[in-house]
Design a protein around this ligand. Structure first.
Ligand code: OAD
Ligand code: ZN
Length: 347
C-alpha cells in the first residue's frame, strides 16, 4: 500500500503533471450522507418507507411527474447546508491550490466540492445539483433557497403555473449538462495526467465510461471500498487499486505531499464558516416567521421568495467574496439519456 501511495505522490509531484478526479457518493459518506448502493447503509436499501415501485424511481423523471412526494421526502434529508466537506473533498481543493487539478467530474448533488472551495470551472457536476431549481412544466427558474422555503409548506409548486418545481438534479430520463460533454472532449486526451476514481461503484452511464475512455498514457487510480467498473472489466497494467476508506488514503497522500498544515487550515476554516452561516440562517428564519404571522396569508409564496432572497443576501455577505454556490451547466436535451442506462445499474 505504501509503495502505491508513494507512486501516486511521485506522479503528482512531477513538473507539469495534473490530476482529474472521477468521484461519487462514497467521498461524502464520512460527511454523514449515505451513498446509494452500499448493501445495508446505502439509500436504495433504505427506501421502503417511501413505497417506491423500485428504489431508483425516487430519481426517475416519469415517476416524479406522477408522485413527487417520495423525492421531496428524501430531498429534505439530503438538502445541502447541513454537511461539511470530507478530507477527500479538501484533498481535491489542495490539488487545485497547487495548480495540479485538471478537473473534478462528480456524480454528487451535494455541492461539497464547491463548499470545499473547488472553482466552478474545475467542477463538472455530471448529475446536476441542488444549486438551482426549475418548474418542470413552464421551466420558470427558482433559487433553491426559495424552493427550500416552499418545501416547508408541502410539495413545492410553481408560483406561475402550479407545476411541480424540481432542483436541477439530473434524473433518470433526463439529459446530462452540456458542460459534461464539452469538457470531456477537452479532458479525455490529457497526457501527463493522473486519473483518480474514488467513492463510486461506476454503475451509472455515461459517467462510468469516463475512466475507461481516458488516455492510455494516463495512470489510473481507484480508491474505493470495492473494485468496480472498468477496473474489473478492462483493467490496465498500470492501474493502482486501493480498496480502503477514501479519507484515510487522502490523509496519507496529504502527508506524503507535505500539505498537512494547509489541510488542517482548510478543515478549521470550513467549520467556522458553516457555524456563521447556520447562525445567520436561523436568525433570518426566526425573523421571517414572526413577520409571516402578520402577513397576508394569501401572499404566502411571494413572501417566502422575498424572505429567502434576504437570507441569501445575508449569507452571501457573510461569505465575503467566497466563490461557494454554484451555477449549473445548461441541460442539453439531446444528449445521452440516463434512462437508457438504467438497466445497467446494479441495485
Ligand atoms: P454508489 O452508492 O453506487 O457507490 C458508492 C461507492 O463508494 C461504493 O462502491 C462504496 O463501496 C464506496 N464507498 C462508500 N463509502 C466509501 C468511503 N468512505 N471510502 C471509499 N469508498 C467508499 O454511488 P455512485 O457511484 O455515486 O444518480 O452512484 C452513481 C449515481 O447513482 C448517483 O449519482 C445517483 C445514483 O442513482 C442520480 O442521482 C442521477
Ligand atoms: Zn411553472
Amino acid at each position: 500500500m505504501d509503495k502505491k501511495l508513494e507512486k501516486i505522490a511521485e506522479v503528482l509531484k512531477k513538473e507539469g503533471s495534473t490530476v482529474t478526479f472521477f468521484v461519487g457518493a462514497g467521498i461524502s459518506t464520512n460527511c454523514g450522507i449515505p451513498d446509494f448502493r452500499s448493501p445495508k447503509t446505502g439509500l436504495y436499501a433504505n427506501l421502503q418507507r417511501l413505497n417506491l415501485p423500485y428504489p431508483e424511481a425516487v430519481f426517475d423523471i416519469e415517476y416524479f411527474k406522477k408522485s413527487p412526494k417520495a423525492f421531496y421526502t428524501l430531498a429534505d434529508e439530503l438538502f445541502p447546508g447541513k454537511f461539511l466537506p470530507s478530507i477527500f473533498h479538501y484533498f481535491i481543493k489542495l490539488c487545485q491550490d497547487k495548480g495540479k487539478l485538471r478537473r473534478c467530474y462528480s456524480q454528487n448533488i451535494d455541492t461539497l466540492e464547491r463548499i470545499a472551495g473547488v472553482e466552478d470551472d474545475k467542477i463538472v457536476e455530471a448529475h446536476g445539483s441542488f444549486a438551482n431549481s426549475h418548474c418542470i412544466t413552464c421551466k420558470a427558474e427558482m433559487e433553491t433557497k426559495v424552493l427550500r422555503k416552499l418545501m416547508k409548506t408541502g410539495i413545492p409548486k410553481c408560483p406561475v403555473c402550479k407545476g411541480y418545481v424540481k432542483p436541477d438534479i439530473v434524473f433518470f430520463g433526463e439529459g446530462l449538462p452540456s458542460k459534461f460533454f464539452d469538457l470531456w472532449d477537452e479532458d479525455c486526451d490529457t497526457e501527463k495526467n493522473l486519473a483518480i476514481v474514488a467513492g463510486t461503484s461506476l454503475a451509472v452511464f455515461p459517467f462510468a465510461n469516463l475512466p475507461h475512455e481516458i488516455n492510455k498514457n494516463c495512470k489510473r487510480v481507484l480508491i474505493n471500498r470495492e473494485k468496480c467498473g472498468t477496473f474489473l472489466d478492462s483493467p490496465r497494467k498500470t492501474d493502482i487499486i486501493l480498496l480502503e476508506d477514501c479519507d484515510k488514503i487522502a490523509e496519507k497522500l496529504v502527508d506524503l505531499l507535505g500539505w498537512k498544515t494547509e489541510l488542517d487550515a482548510l478543515i478549521a476554516k470550513g467549520k467556522k464558516k458553516m457555524e456563521t452561516e447556520k447562525k445567520l440562517v436561523e436568525e433570518s428564519e426566526s425573523e421571517s416567521e414572526s413577520e409571516e404571522e402578520e402577513a397576508d396569508k394569501h401572499k404566502g409564496v411571494e413572501k417566502a421568495e422575498k424572505l429567502s432572497k434576504e437570507v441569501a443576501a445575508k449569507v452571501a455577505k457573510a461569505e465575503e467574496g467566497s466563490k461557494e454556490g454554484s451555477t449549473r451547466g445548461k441541460e442539453d436535451k439531446d444528449v445521452v439519456d440516463l434512462a437508457s442506462d438504467l438497466e445497467k445499474t446494479k441495485i
